[in-house]
Design a binder for this molecule. Structure first.
Ligand code: SAM
Length: 289
């Protein structure tokens, strides 16, 4: 059997054969545009025998293409109803595809990668929208040594991931992504490329992991705590936003720390570059707080 899997009729028929309907609560919007799959594969630059982690294989369209390129794919799908269908669609690919019926937010990727003997690996996925931020943030914070991630995400999230300081989309996620990776938007994708179409447009982002973090700081944990607090109350001037972020440090102390970092304490956090957040975090340590 031939598996184009890239038009609505085909995907709908296949799901019907298994008595299934797409579940909105699981973000089941299946990609039905061959051209977009091509773009994802182009951005992924998969090499033969390389390990690729795919989150949410759905009906297996992207999974098939990755495996056909020679990748060894570990596909993590939460919806057990799709597993028999995926086994049929991917059956001829043998051990190039490993199906894991689990919640992608709970998988121990370290153990999985060790089992697969992965040196370098990539993450390629059309992510269910409701897990995008926790998945990406969790994966980055865990320090997995991926080479790149190529992800279909909601357009607004793509903007947040790639935003520069001073823009409306700039936030804690932008700083986290910039700290670990060099990120860019590869392709904007209309909602009509999916079955069923979601309520928003999407974009494919590429996150290339940096060999070392973009900002060298004395205490990364403190750096991220400052970043999160700054954006938690983003309309406030920085010392007000930071008051209480570190136990015992009041507004006046933050004014002193920010000034000693060479930054005007009247600014808002959303205007600061990751480097400037780094200067503040290090000033905090140097002043003995
Ligand atoms: N890869 C397919 C495609 O491109 O057409 C499907 C993508 S669809 C946007 C998201 C997929 O992620 C669905 O198959 C859904 O069941 C699955 N999913 C949702 N939540 C998940 C989770 N927490 N862990 C793993 N998979 C999940």
């Amino acid at each position: 059997r031939n598996w184009p899997l890239t038009n609505t009729g085909e995907v709908r028929r296949l799901l019907a054969e298994y008595g299934l309907k797409p579940r909105k609560s699981l973000g089941q919007n299946f990609l039905v545009a061959a051209g977009v799959l091509d773009k994802i594969l182009e951005a992924a630059e998969v090499e033969k025998d390389e390990v690729v982690i795919e989150i949410g294989p759905g009906v297996g369209a992207l999974t098939r293409r990755l495996a056909e390129k020679g990748a060894r794919v570990a596909a993590v799908e939460i919806d057990g109803r799709l597993i028999p269908l995926l086994k049929e669609v991917l059956g001829d690919l043998g051990d190039r595809v490993r199906l894991i019926n689990a919640d992608a937010l709970k998988v121990d990727y370290g153990a999985l990668l060790a089992e697969m003997g992965a040196g370098s690996f990539k993450v390629v996925a059309n992510l269910p929208y409701y897990i995008t931020s926790p998945f990406v943030a969790g994966f980055l914070e865990a320090g997995y040594r991926f080479e790149r991630m190529v992800l279909m995400v909601q357009k607004e999230v793509a903007d947040r991931m790639t935003a520069a300081n001073g823009t409306e989309s700039y936030g804690a996620l932008s700083v986290l992504v910039a700290y670990h990776t060099e990120a860019d938007v590869v392709w904007r994708v209309s909602r009509h490329c999916f079955y069923p179409p979601p309520a928003v447009d999407s974009a494919v982002v590429r996150l290339m992991r940096r060999p070392a973090p973009a900002v060298t700081v004395l205490q990364p944990e403190l750096f991220f705590r400052i970043v999160r607090a700054s954006f938690g109350r983003r309309r406030k001037m920085l010392p007000n936003a930071l008051a209480g972020a570190v136990p015992g440090l009041d507004r006046e102390t933050w004014v002193q720390i920010i000034e000693s970092a060479g930054i005007d304490p009247r600014v808002r956090g959303e205007t600061l570059t990751p480097d400037q957040f780094g200067l503040i975090a290090d000033a905090c340590v140097r002043l003995g707080y």
